[in-house]
Ligand binder design. Sequence first.
Ligand code: SIN
Length: 489
Amino acid sequence: MAPRDNIVELPPQASRIGGAWVTGSAWIDVNDPATGAIIGRVPNLGAEETERAVTAATGAMPAWAARTAAERADILRAWHALVLSKRTWLARLLTLEQGKPIVEAEAEIDYAAAYILWFAEEARRVYGEIIPAPTGDTRILVLRQPVGVVGAITPWNFPAAMITRKLAPAVAAGCGVVLKPAIETPFTAIALIDLAEQAGIPAGLLNLVTGDAEPIGAVLTTDPRVRKISFTGSTAVGARLFAQSASTMKRLGLELGGNAPFVVFEDADLDAAVTGAIQAKFRNAGQTCVCADRFYIQQSIYPAFIERFAAAMAHLRSGSGFAPGVTIGPVIHERALTRLEKLIEEAMQSGARLLCGGTRSKGAGTFLEPTLLCDVDHSMRIVSDEVFGPIAAVMPFADEAEVIERCNASEAGLAAYFYARDHARIWRVAEAIEAGMIGVNTGRISTEVAPFGGVKSSGIGREGSRHGIEAFCELKYVCLDIGSGEKAA
Ligand code: SIN
């Protein structure tokens, strides 16, 4: 029998510190954004428990780092296998607390698992170096060692993949971790940590503290035993964590907000561009930091693109992520929905044309109908702000120089997309756009094998790919005086 909607077994409603489930006297309710119903609760822990978690990670780390790379890799593989064996349950848990359609939740579990496998493989390739020395009696070696205890702070939009993208390389490199998951989506995180321990990751190496961001973040950023902060979330919070981490000189991995341009040149395959636009805009109801936010369409194809884009959007169906055929889930909470409504209203007051959507759905959940606004311009917040919702804002442009200038007229520089056929143009534009990731003739760029991250205010560092593990390693140079040959004789 197929599992009934919304009936999902929860993992323990507790934090995990030093290999023990921990609760407290204060609690935070967790909601299903599709119904507004409370689905469970987690303890609201603070500074004291976070310090205990740092102590546990600090204690567990040396023995873990001393294991061979092959042993760490094998345990990561076992975690990967366990996650996939629980794929259906994890995906349903994710949909329950986050809202995304079940098909997308399953794809996220696969994506999350792929990071674990990738870094299980990379664990075996953390090589050192021997550098030709300037004198005959010295040898210069470079060791790659684990960076130390990592404070990982993860968002609600990808409650599984953003955790494994940080924790798998940390564990592969030999680090201990204190994870603070988003308070909107703690259950997927708890389930993943539980599975990691079942797979053989030693108690205390991975700790998870649920609670308000402020006190937990304050300990993670100021405790000298924490050597690295790895954060995915807004630029404003990233900047605060950066400042707070300064006094203890922590390494930082910051994957922050985007405001991705999506450009269609007149020589593009228009149908492919529309397909890519739907993928790049509406994945996770527009709540990804690589979502296309501002659509620039070359003047001569502007009317045709809008017509086809609106027709494709008419096939999107919003509703509970558990319902068959639904492609757009709710936005995460009422605050997010109200903000999106305001952005639409402001844009329309400034002259944008609403072609579809624009209204919230009736009922308890926080749904915004997929919205298409055209004739927007750069003075509008719908263009300059990161949208983080199912709203596409479209405008025309005249030529390549103009559109490159517009793409780069943003503090954000995470992802960008463009469609064109001319090869010379493809190279020119890909090289000119200021972004960490560029999709050319595709609306899908996320994969564990490629370096994910941004430039400008979109952050520091890269996650995933072979570079992703470097962020969890520290270089140590050893200068060895081997003495002269005469002495030895
Ligand atoms: C994010 O939105 O932070 C991550 C999106 C992705 O990995 O595709």
